[in-house]
Design a protein around this ligand. Structure first.
Ligand code: C5P
Ligand code: MG
Length: 162
């Protein structure tokens, strides 16, 4: 079978929101009273994008490639996970067409961080900011995200052959 011209992938992540941790989204620190808890920098957006890339290649998920029991990845910046997944994309003969993402966070407002986050993700991946969409939603104060116990991110990617 010849390699398909396009491959689509989706990813999702969630981490707890706690006091005394930074809020890092797409590699960009955002001032906040609560931050994301986790082994790594807990960057839900980069984790969701990394899973979308792995998913598009049907190569498993982030925990399989970067087990938190492996000292190599302990405390690693999520940029490294993303770059590793992107290297697999290139090795398999694909490139990113576009990425569309959503962060679901009750507070703080993120709209002033849209361009810094887009630019940071684009530069980490060596693509144009126009290929990276970053959207924000509250959870209308409902459920764990709405009650500020956690935050979530979703990502969809289209890979093009070549
Ligand atoms: O969730 P809701 O529809 O109320 O969000 C309205 C707008 O507020 C979103 O379209 C987004 O631009 C912005 N927003 C934001 N930061 C958040 C959540 C939403 O800037 N944490
Ligand atoms: Mg995560």
């Amino acid at each position: 079978m010849s390699a398909p011209a396009f491959r689509i992938g989706q990813g999702w992540d969630t981490h707890r929101l706690v006091a005394g941790r930074p809020l890092i989204l797409g590699g960009v620190p955002v001032p906040s009273d609560l931050g994301l808890d986790g082994h790594s920098d807990a960057d839900i957006l980069l984790h969701a994008i990394t899973d979308a890339l792995l998913g598009a290649l049907a190569l498993g998920d982030i925990g399989m490639h970067f087990p938190d029991t492996d000292p190599q990845w302990k405390g690693a910046s999520s940029d490294r996970f993303l770059q590793h997944a992107h290297a697999l994309v290139r090795e398999q003969g694909y490139r990113i067409g576009n990425l569309d993402t959503t962060i679901i966070l009750q507070r703080p407002k993120l709209k002033d961080f849209r361009e810094p986050i887009r630019n940071r993700i684009a530069s980490t991946l060596g693509i144009a900011p126009q290929q990276v969409s970053v959207k924000f939603k509250t959870a209308e104060q409902v459920g764990p995200v709405g009650q500020r116990l956690s935050a979530e991110a979703q990502a969809t990617v289209l890979l093009l052959q070549g």
